[in-house]
Write a protein that binds this ligand. Structure first.
Ligand code: AQP
Length: 325
């Protein structure tokens, strides 16, 4: 069975962008691949945070992932900082990664532009990400479109390390696995849905609050009046229909939008109903899992132990090949 690895930052609540772009795919893939899914807390400390908040967010993220359908009996789910080899390999990869490559990463440019003083951790984020993936010598990485550039860098790092230490093929060059919802836009219609931009619908959010967020969400900007015909392809709500509604509904939505048969609010009501169909069972599972916190802790510890055993095997070989032992 090929191995897959993917991670998610506990930098806020699991949102429907993460879910549609990555996590929903993870749930399918865990049955087909030897799967490692990691809550990457070291990635989430690159910007200021409160320790108690981080602790709570890691637990919330684990709850969200399990509720979405990750099954610890089928995949390895664990917290990054519980496997110290991630940062050990990241240091090694830092010694091979050109500064220019890191500076030209789009996510670095975006995040750095929002900070007055830019921590080196934001710059080195893709190096740690390469270590996360390559530690498990994973071949496939199910992610959203925003991560493809980082993944290209992981491939370059793998190639470079293999060539430098005469270890052809030791680290595979990992490939991305995308879902049809490769980039979900935020409710503001301005940027991708992102925990740090406050433009999200969270996976475990209650239905009332989801509706309060959908109501003012940006739609086709040219539909100013109820009677203006719209262009579904430029509307964020239409794209969410494509992710949540059955094909016949999506088609009906497009016709109603183009003919101004429905107003945007009508369209949002139908979307809300479709979302509820998918989210109700997830919320119910979350409630069950939250009732047994000791079980969740035990699952994460078992995941870290298994991940750690593979990670330490990789590091032993890496150090041998590098003359470090
Ligand atoms: N809007 C999105 N559409 C599709 N996929 C997305 N992903 C994130 N946002 C979208 C995918 O979700 C996985 C986990 O993401 P992450 O938390 O590790 O990092 P991120 O991409 O930086 O997510 P956020 O929400 O934007 O977090 P912040 O604001 O903290 O940076 C990844 O596979 C990602 O592609």
């Amino acid at each position: 069975m090929s191995r897959i690895f993917s991670g998610i930052q506990p930098s806020g609540s699991l949102h429907i962008g993460n879910y549609l772009g990555a996590v929903k795919n993870w749930v399918e893939l865990q049955h087909k691949y030897e799967s490692f899914f990691c809550i990457v807390d070291y990635h989430a400390i690159t910007l200021p945070y409160k320790p108690d908040d981080l602790r709570a967010r890691v637990a919330d993220m684990a709850l969200g992932l399990l509720a979405a359908g990750l099954d610890p009996a089928k995949c390895t789910i664990f917290v990054q900082s519980m496997v110290p080899e991630h940062t050990e390999l990241a240091w090694i990869f830092n010694t091979l990664t050109p500064l220019g490559e890191l500076e030209r990463q789009t996510q670095f440019k975006e995040k750095a532009s929002r900070e007055e003083s830019v921590p080196a951790g934001i710059l080195n984020y893709p190096v740690l990400q390469a270590a996360d993936i390559l530690l498990y010598r994973a071949e496939l990485v199910p992610v959203g479109e925003d991560q493809l550039q980082h993944l290209e860098l992981s491939r370059e790092i793998a190639r470079k390390w293999n060539a430098r230490f005469g270890a052809s093929g030791f680290f595979p060059e990992p490939k991305g696995l995308l879902t049809p919802a490769r980039r979900i836009m935020g409710l503001d219609g301005q940027a991708k849905m992102s925990k740090s931009l406050g433009n999200t619908v969270d996976l475990l959010e209650d239905p009332k609050s989801v509706w309060e967020k959908l109501k003012p969400a940006v739609t086709d900007p040219k539909r100013v009046r109820r009677t203006d015909p719209g262009t579904p392809e430029v509307c964020n709500i239409y794209h969410l229909h494509k992710a949540f509604s059955p094909a016949a509904t999506v088609e009906h939505v497009a016709v109603q939008c183009r003919s101004a048969g429905w107003g945007c609010l009508d369209c949002k009501k139908v979307l809300h109903e479709s979302m509820e169909k998918e989210l109700v069972p997830i919320r119910a599972r979350a409630k069950e899992i939250a009732a047994h916190p000791a079980k969740m802790k035990k699952d994460l510890a078992a995941g870290a132990e298994h991940a750690g055993s593979i990670a330490s095997g990789t590091m032993t070989e890496v150090k041998k090949k590098m003359g470090l032992t």
